[in-house]
Design a protein around this ligand. Structure first.
Ligand code: CO
Length: 134
């Protein structure tokens, strides 16, 4: 079922500082900041050879990563994202095994304009996992 690792998302308390670290210290190619009001985050994409890192910074009053940063003030890995061929088939197959899908279980359009779902971290060793249609 699992395809490629699409990205690793890291919540960061200071986006400029994180960009500087990845671009200037680590020598990575980073995008311009992209505000995503519908998702409550500003994202910077860091391209590496075999995947992508997404630096997430809270945007707006009800950012879904605000609580995470309150618990992890230095930032941290927020989720990992795997590609799947058919997100609805993957969802139904996983739900049948008892794995919990967050929210109403319907895919939302994610940061890459593709349908995504999130799986409950308690079912996956404490890791929030995003599935994205390939
Ligand atoms: Co993501």
């Amino acid at each position: 079922m699992l395809g490629r690792l699409n990205h690793v998302a890291i919540a960061v308390p200071d986006l400029d500082a994180a960009v500087s670290t990845y671009r200037d210290t680590l020598g990575a190619v980073v995008s311009a900041p992209l505000a995503q009001p519908a998702h409550g985050v500003t994202v910077v994409f860091v391209d590496v050879a075999n995947t992508r890192i997404e630096l997430l910074n809270p945007l707006g009053a009800n950012s879904p990563i605000a609580g995470f940063l309150a618990r992890n003030p230095a930032g941290g890995i927020h989720h990992i994202c795997f590609e799947v061929e058919d997100i609805l088939a993957a969802r139904d197959q996983l739900k049948a095994t008892g794995l919990r899908v967050l929210g109403d279980g319907e895919p939302k359009i994610g940061a890459h304009d593709k349908p995504v779902l999130f799986l409950h971290p308690k079912d996956l060793n404490g890791t929030l996992v995003e599935l994205q249609q390939a």
